[in-house]
Design a protein around this ligand. Structure first.
Ligand SMILES: [Zn+2]
Length: 483
């Protein structure tokens, strides 16, 4: 009897101790999170300054020299080891702090879009006519990711936290190139988890997917001739482009409704009285998964061959890039949701709402102002919209993504309206929320190996244990722009 009593007492004591330990551990994580938040609050003007500099640099894909240099300088000064020019891209980098597992990666983007230069104004007014602008808010994207790793490093140092935090400097998102080529080189291998965000018009943890895509150009080569005096000696490269497009447009009836095919003719000759000996067409083929895209692509290749035979022209295909669809990690997303709820959606002032309404008026949109609430968490199979190279990372390691309102509701994305908001306090507010939510999520990941295991379990179930395979054709060389 006494022995039983002693045993039960011991068990109760052990349970109490374990319970106490878990409360203590939770409290410690909460303290770490508060420290990260206060670091971000104390450094908000520093981060806004960086964001504004990148906004002004407005460098397009693979030309982000000043933007990447600025981020690298700050990271090196903070004690990160930075590997520069990774995967053959001068503006790609990996910054690392800490040692051992878990290894948490945060993704940064910083490329602008051509022709979108815009003042911080409610009307379309270029800052430098014809110059690029941040129409996707990547100045905010890159800066929030930078702020998040700096805050996490500060916490890791103070609490002697084991593990590694990495910032991936990913150029050329707009051409869906950066992460795809980095992924092929194994840059994202050995990560425990990855975190990303994107400016938006709403605030939510993004559990949706995206479309897989092949991006390629076709060049046709014919023979020139006078279009009136000896057209029988000509072989029109433009005819080949047109016949290819007709073939593809007929193909549309026999592909899944989820597919999207779009093209532009980049060169169709210079004058009607000259049979064009050169023509160029640029294609995107998209669908919900790689398998569908590859099936359609194969059929498009036959159409190209057919067009060339019909017109007696030669052709060359320049494959540019390709991506998977995003594989969301719901286990990790739920943790991110808790952190988003803790931080809250951005709160905007009446002046900011007026600014947003001004933009909406200029865009002929309803003057609904700004979204100030968090969207309810829901698991979707939403694959609307475009393609992103975050997909490649999400197929290598469990990846979570956040959206934060940084622009007025309903305005066209990739437009002057987003450039204006990304340089305004509206964008800055959203950016600082993203900085905090990403830092807090990284702190959760660093503190909880069981959570990482659960995220990997989901990942392995979804990928069925298949190893990542680059969607790029073997041996494809990255085309760098001329300086
Ligand atoms: Zn973007």
């Amino acid at each position: 009897m006494r022995r039983i009593n002693f045993l039960s007492l011991l068990i109760i004591l052990l349970i109490l101790l374990m319970f106490n330990n878990s409360i203590f551990a939770k409290k410690k994580v909460e303290e770490q999170k508060e420290l990260a938040i206060s670091w971000i609050n104390n450094n908000n003007s520093f981060l806004i300054e960086i964001s504004n500099k990148i906004w002004k640099y407005a460098e397009t894909a693979l030309r982000e020299y000043k933007s990447s240099q600025l981020l690298i300088e700050v990271l090196e000064k903070a004690g990160f080891k930075v590997e520069k020019g990774v995967a053959g891209m001068p503006t790609a980098f990996v910054a690392t702090y800490g040692k051992g597992e878990p290894v948490i990666g945060i993704l940064a983007e910083y490329d602008a879009l051509p022709g979108l230069s815009q003042k911080v104004s409610t009307k379309k007014e270029p800052l430098v006519p014809g110059a690029p602008g941040h129409g996707c808010g990547h100045n905010l994207f890159g800066t929030a990711s930078l702020g998040a790793v700096l805050a996490v490093k500060f916490v890791m140092e103070k609490y002697n936290l084991p593990g590694t935090i990495k910032l991936f400097g990913c150029p050329a998102e707009e051409t869906v190139v950066g992460k795809t080529f980095m992924a092929r080189e194994g840059i994202f291998d050995n990560l425990s988890a990855a975190i990303a965000w994107h400016p938006s018009t709403t605030t939510k943890v993004n559990t949706g997917s995206s479309l897989a895509m092949n991006n390629f150009k076709v060049f046709f080569y014919g023979h020139t001739a006078h279009a009136a005096s000896d057209p029988w000696n000509g072989r029109s490269a433009l005819d080949a482009v047109e016949l290819m497009n007709i073939g593809v447009n007929f193909l549309r009836e026999h592909i899944r409704p989820t597919a999207r095919i779009h093209y532009v003719i980049l060169n169709g000759g210079k004058a009607p009285n000259v049979v064009p000996d050169f023509a160029e067409v640029w294609y995107y083929v998209r669908d919900v998964n790689r398998k569908n895209v590859e099936e359609i692509y194969k059929r498009v290749l036959n159409i190209i061959k057919g067009a060339s035979l019909m017109t007696d022209t030669k052709y060359k295909i320049e494959f540019i890039t390709a991506v998977h669809s995003v594989l969301p990690n719901i286990t990790g997303s739920k943790v991110m949701q808790k952190n988003l709820e803790k931080i809250g959606a951005p709160k905007f002032t009446p002046l900011e709402i007026d600014f947003a309404k001004g933009i909406q008026e200029s865009c002929n949109k309803e003057t609904k102002g700004l979204n100030q609430k968090i969207e309810p968490f829901k698991v979707t199979i939403d694959q609307r919209g475009g393609s992103t190279d975050v997909a490649e990372v999400s197929r290598i390691t469990p990846t979570v993504q956040l959206n934060v309102a940084c622009a007025p509701l309903g305005v066209p994305w990739h437009s002057w309206a987003v450039v204006a908001s990304s340089g305004h306090t509206i964008g800055h507010k959203g950016m600082l929320i993203a900085t905090k939510v990403m830092a807090l999520t990284a702190i959760d990941f660093l503190n909880d190996n069981k959570l990482i295991e659960k995220m990997w379990k989901e990942f392995k179930e979804k990928t069925k244990g298949e190893k990542y395979k680059s969607p790029l054709p073997e041996g494809l060389k990255l085309a760098l722009p001329k300086k």
